[in-house]
Unconditional design. Structure first.
Length: 114
């Protein structure tokens, strides 16, 4: 079955960086668009970024454009989210999503605080 396992979250100071990873299994990873979402306390889950099969096309929420970069490695079956210039408002649980299957990872907590 489809399995998505996120890692790389943690506590970071404002202006810092983190790289999230999502290891996928149970499907032919290279054939599907992958996404990152996030959910802050008391807020709805929102799309952060997505990347198409070969990485040829990406899209970002306005709030993260120029700071976050989504990428993928179709050999390692892994999608990444490089997050730079982090702000306190980026604090959230970040989820990996395989939209075709409607499958979510368990999430990884990112906290941006001094």
């Amino acid at each position: 079955q489809v399995q998505l396992v996120e890692s790389g979250g943690g506590l970071v100071q404002p202006g810092g960086s983190l790289r999230l990873s999502c290891a996928a299994s149970g499907f032919t990873f290279s054939r599907y668009t992958m996404s990152w979402y996030r959910q802050a306390p008391g807020k709805e889950r929102e799309l952060v970024a997505f990347i198409t099969t070969t990485g040829g096309s990406t899209n970002y929420a306005d709030s993260v454009k120029g700071r976050f970069t989504i990428s993928r490695d179709n050999v390692k079956n892994t999608v990444y989210l490089q997050m730079n210039s982090l702000k306190p408002e980026d604090t959230a649980v970040y989820y990996c999503y395989a939209g075709y299957f409607g499958s979510w990872g368990q999430g990884t907590q990112v906290t941006v605080s001094s």
